[in-house]
Design a protein around this ligand. Sequence first.
Ligand SMILES: NC(=O)CC[C@H](N)C(=O)O
Length: 403
Amino acid sequence: MSSLTQAPGGGLIPDPAVLVLEDGSIHRGFTYGAQGETLGEAVFTTGMSGYQETLTDPSYCRQIVVATAPQIGNTGWNSEDGESRVDGATDSSGKVWVSGFVIRDSSRRASNWRSERTLESELAEQGIVGISSVDTRAIVRRLRDHGSMKAGIFSGEALTGNDTEALLEKVRGQESMAGANLSAEVSTTSAYVVAPKESKLRVAALDLGIKSNTPRMLAQRGIEVHVLPHDATLDDIKAINPDGVFLSNGPGDPATADAAVELTAKVLGEKIPFFGICFGNQILGRALGLDTYKMQFGHRGINVPVKELATGKVAITSQNHGFALKSPEGGEWDSPFGKAKVTHVCANDDVVEGVALADGSAFSVQYHPEAAAGPHDASDLFDKFFDLMSGRKGATGTGKAAQ
Ligand SMILES: NC(=O)CC[C@H](N)C(=O)O
């Protein structure tokens, strides 16, 4: 918890902290959460609610998140809304994955019927270094104009024991997010099953940083979800005899995910129905022959409009990505597995938001149908995956009940 220091006039003031960005800018504020030092890529999120889901999303591994919402902490922290999971448990845990948190104003009290403790005490307990009382609007403009930057937050001895040149050197010396392969850091090490009340279909889900709500939403539809570690093989998948394969969200640069791309190509070669989300979309795109690139500042928030090209329909979506697929000329191309197409684009900037094989057997989206803080516009994609798998079942006559 931020410690308080006796001010000369007799009052108490919080201890200082600084946010140092790669461009050399120094932003002074107060300690929020744990004191110490943390490094990561500074990114901003425009979500006005759902900070607990954001902080526990494994896709934020090694990122320092700046909240554009001016006040944070008003709904406290509970034991249910975490999106992360600890090995050995099939349910969610509250493990915070961001490497640091930057806010303007810390809510003085948490007030919600589900709140069990304050956000700041949770961050302190988990050793997450944060900073409050900085001008987040100025920081976000900087990140928007210069792009996501390497950053560090320093407080306590990490601040008093170093001059700003030394802090900047640490910030600039860290590894870049471009080229980072983080799947092993966040993935489960052993397989586990999330079982529905009544099992109608079976899915093998590759965990590259999967959020707890994804298996939960699949299970709600009668899908038995076998979550596999990031380095699972085609044989591991076949041993489950799944009706479909799912590829999760996850941190890091999709250009480094060669193993998952190769596995996806094998799954497509076997004609197993396929659905991917976010990192999974980038990996399907790569398996179909597209390249990826690092965006200037990415899409992070719960209010990003996405247009479905076939219908012109727009969904408001939750997003968290800093990389994207390069759009092929005309939006359609011949992939090694047949005709493929871009199915969705972002209505703000035309970034590719979904791809599919034209025969419908594999599809993926860059946004989050499992979004737990909402919105829920895209949750029908899980039904689409169900229908795709049960259609195949009917065709091959394996005989399990459809929904
Ligand atoms: N949420 C995700 O799956 C993120 C995918 C990838 N790490 C990106 O930043 O673009």
